[in-house]
Design a protein around this ligand. Sequence first.
Ligand code: NAP
Length: 254
Amino acid sequence: MNDLSNKTVLITGGARGIGAEVARTAVAGGANVVVADLLDADGQELARELGDRARFVHLDVTSEDDWQRAAEFAVAEFGGIDGLVNNAGISTGQPLESETVEHFRQVLDINLTGVFIGMKTVIPGMKENGGGSIVNISSAAGLMGLAMTSSYGATKWGVRGLTKIGAVELGTSRIRVNSVHPGMTYTPMTAQVGIQQGEGNYPNTPMGRVGEASEIADAIVYLLSDAASYVTGAELAVDGGWTTGPTVKYVMGQ
Ligand code: NAP
């Protein structure tokens, strides 16, 4: 399920958190990886840690020029891009009425327009190479209405929709497009708002705990691999059951 031999995968926001775990899991599965991020020092260090089959490239996902350069870099280093993980994103939380238009537009630019530019950039090369797999990282917030996420949640619903459109348009070109919807996961993004690891630390979910970045990475790598050869347009929740509904332990008759 995680065999990525002879494939090259570009991962945005790949320097830390979920993206870095995807890079580690992909290299372990035999892939070449291009770690792409704004965080140059962290990204370069990760590429060194991963060895010969890893490179780092600076990429701001909102910049068309950066995307062009990153794609050319992947072709020059490894011959092409077989898998794209649109993972870079920022998270925010405030009531809808206090969200500013300026901030809403900034989140939209990174979390949704960045995914669109990424898909648009790699599609011609994937078509030329006979196919590929694009995995867009949405969120549990893209499967339900989550309070305090007007900008973030809207972009994650958008990523889910863009994924379906890509799947429909690109199916016959043998390019699969799927979305992954992590629940609350322990990463630098969530650590900075006080999320902690461990059993019982997240009673909102049926499983009672937050996820580990490696658990999200396994699902992403599955979708990149040939084990998912007939999976496209899917939305894979990796959320400990969070989006199944409210966690109410009801026992009949009591
Ligand atoms: P993270 O630890 O903050 O990592 C995200 C990475 O993306 C950071 O290295 C960040 O760099 C980078 N990034 C931000 N803006 C960028 C841009 N314009 N261009 C390129 N890179 C950029 O976050 P994470 O928790 O691993 O989240 C990864 C993805 O999973 C995100 O899309 C997030 O929305 C999604 N997700 C996470 C959770 C969770 O609980 N952790 C839940 C659901 C969905 P900077 O530090 O410089 O911003």
